[in-house]
Design a protein around this ligand. Structure first.
Ligand code: SAM
Ligand code: SF4
Length: 327
């Protein structure tokens, strides 16, 4: 019975391999961040063991994220091992693009199928102010290096904030259209406490962005339901698809097929709730066999919540930042 529930509920695991990052995006991290002590972060071997258990239970798709996954030392070792797990259909990665110039060919060779790259601005100074430490040209070079490798799909992710980058929506779509890649706009989620902007005031909803784009493009809704929070539109005369990820305007939990493993080994059953299971304790306990680990994962599905609520008028209820969770 639990197996049935597991397979119906979850076929997609997202793994954060680090909470650290070479950027400090204003919506993702506080300026002064304290990162986890190294011994609290899962080793790559521990992460691999958990990934293997999930694939044994029927998970078909794994996304490696962070923090910035490509700054984790030896992450290519993990990617190669996970890509080779029998039964896994898709290994994908979410990155800020800062290391892609160097590693895009290796990622392709390992068998990574798709890459998501975050890009919120095409103005060097604004990019710097949004990411605090990022360099726009390095990221653009990384995206172009990835485009040369012919991955199955490359998608840009942009968080639009009123008063900061709302004037860049069309430029970002044009950037994607010229490269024949996709782009998704993500509504900012209230994860972690930030000082720099008022989230209720800066929130640009998917509907507002879609309306803005409709004045420039013919958008046709696609039926493609990824089992996730995205809704996609085709752009006329282009292969580029425009997605909207709307945690505020859509409570997407009823169709959610994903769970997240944090860098410290917590299995989070929902991005908007604190329900979790400590898998690190299990993989560090020598008496826990692979079978017992799988059983614990199956049982965790019983506490997967039905829905989340984000309320911008309240203090953030989720105290962890997105770099902890893995976006
Ligand atoms: N460092 C990588 C990157 O930036 O793509 C991977 C991790 S990052 C946490 C994953 C995604 O989460 C990024 O697309 C980022 O824009 C998004 N993100 C971070 N904080 C967010 C927030 N508060 N609301 C919505 N999206 C957020
Ligand atoms: Fe780093 Fe990604 Fe968070 Fe930006 S969104 S600070 S790149 S983890």
């Amino acid at each position: 019975m639990l197996v049935d529930r597991f397979n119906r509920t979850v076929n997609y695991l997202r793994i954060s391999v680090t909470d650290r990052c070479d950027f400090r995006c204003v919506y993702c991290m506080a300026e002064e961040m304290t990162f986890l002590p190294r011994d609290q972060v899962l080793s790559l071997e521990e992460t691999y063991r958990i990934a293997k258990a999930f694939v044994a239970l029927g998970v078909k798709k794994i996304r490696i994220t962070g923090g910035e996954p490509l700054v984790r030392k030896n992450v290519l070792w993990l990617l190669e091992k996970v890509a080779a797990l029998p039964g896994l259909n898709e290994l994908v990665i979410t990155t800020n693009g800062s290391q892609l110039s160097k590693v895009a060919p290796a990622l392709k060779q390992i068998g990574v199928k798709r890459i998501n790259v975050s890009l919120d601005s095409l103005h060097p100074l604004k990019f710097k102010s949004l990411t605090r430490t990022g360099d726009l040209q390095t990221v653009i070079d990384g995206i172009d290096a990835a485009c040369e490798q012919n991955f199955q799909k490359i998608k840009l992710n942009a968080v639009i904030l009123k008063g900061r980058n709302e004037d860049e929506i069309v430029n970002l779509v044009e950037f994607a259209r010229h490269r024949e890649i996709d782009i998704s706009f993500i509504e900012e989620m209230p994860l972690g406490a930030i000082k720099e902007h008022d989230r209720a005031l800066s929130l640009m909803t998917s509907e507002e962005i879609r309306q803005h784009l409709s004045a420039h493009y013919e958008l046709t809704s696609l039926e493609d339901n990824t089992g996730g929070p995205s809704r996609y539109y085709a752009l006329a005369n282009s292969t580029t698809r425009v997605g909207f990820i709307s945690p505020h305007s859509n409570n997407f939990c009823s169709t959610c097929n994903r769970v997240r493993l944090t860098a410290e080994g917590r299995l989070l059953l929902c991005l908007g709730n604190e329900h979790s299971v400590d898998l690190r304790a299990l993989v560090r306990d020598p008496s826990v066999s692979d079978e017992a680990l799988e059983e614990a994962i199956r049982e965790s599905m019983n506490i997967k919540p039905e829905r989340h609520e984000f309320d911008l008028n309240e203090e953030p209820q989720i105290v962890r930042f997105m770099n902890m969770t893995g976006g």
